[in-house]
Ligand binder design. Structure first.
Ligand code: G3P
Ligand code: MG
Length: 249
């Protein structure tokens, strides 16, 4: 595999860290993925009411913390005081929702690669993208390998305008028939889609145009083998430990 490709990621990407084994999008989840042997993690970034980029997947705080309501209606200090571990298991009680800056520092110290998904609350794209870009500009060491992705097209556009040299991935559910036009239009180097939409033909076509295809979310090793046999470049998995035998040497 061409590791010099701008959107290169190792084959096995820990989804929201290692979210099958630890509370998603927390520092312990990222650390757990690396301890399992993952060479890359994916996390989701959104923003607080005071414009601080944080790792949260959902619009609301309810599912993954003891907080309630929209993330964008709480300050970073309020969000940082929440318990984001107990909902998953009592052993994680007290784990907090990290700021993007903290996650970047951890990823750097672990020596792994990062796929940063920008997950704006709809309507807050500008604030979210500006905060993510500002955090990256301030806290990302030069040359740190980060692939930024989003399913939000406005976020991709805004982010590219702010950081035109950063590699981008377009996230979709289905692989669109006009994937090439969309990747070109949004300055992306990779398509991220649900694994059900991967096929030999699609993978070959994407590679023929020098793009990459990364698919989510694959937790079955047999299915992962099928996808790699098709030529899929990387998979997102909640259980990186199950997939490590499929990582390239
Ligand atoms: O980026 C791949 C995957 O994380 C996209 O879906 O909802 O898990 O963020 P979601
Ligand atoms: Mg994600």
């Amino acid at each position: 595999m061409n590791q010099t490709h701008p959107a290169y990621m190792p084959r096995i990407i820990g989804h929201r860290g290692a979210c099958g084994s630890a509370p998603e999008n927390t520092l312990v989840s990222i650390r757990r993925a690396a301890e399992m042997g993952a060479k890359a993690v994916e996390v989701d970034a959104t923003v607080s009411s005071d414009g601080i980029a944080l790792l949260v997947h959902d619009t609301n705080l309810d599912r993954c913390s003891n907080g309630q309501g929209p993330v964008v209606l709480r300050t970073a200090a309020e969000i940082g005081a929440l318990d984001a571990g107990s909902w998953f298991a009592s052993e994680f009680k007290g784990e907090s929702i990290p700021r993007l800056e903290q996650a970047l520092a951890l990823v750097v110290s672990l020596g792994i690669k990062l796929n940063l998904e920008i997950k704006p609350t709809l309507g807050w794209e500008e604030v979210t993208v500006h905060s993510v870009a500002e955090t990256l500009q301030q806290a990302m060491p030069p040359g740190m390998p980060i692939l930024v992705s989003s399913m939000n097209l406005l976020a991709l556009e805004l982010f590219h305008a702010l950081m035109p040299d950063m590699s981008l991935g377009l996230i979709t559910t289905a692989a669109p028939k006009n994937w090439l036009q969309r990747l070109q239009r949004y300055h992306c180097q990779a398509l991220h889609c649900h694994h059900a939409f991967a096929s030999h033909e699609l993978v070959d076509d994407i590679h023929a145009h020098d793009y990459r295809i990364h698919v989510y979310t694959v937790n079955d090793e047999g299915r992962a083998r099928e996808l790699f046999a098709m030529g899929v470049d990387a998979i997102f998995t909640d259980y990186p430990d199950r997939m490590l035998s499929l990582e390239e040497a």
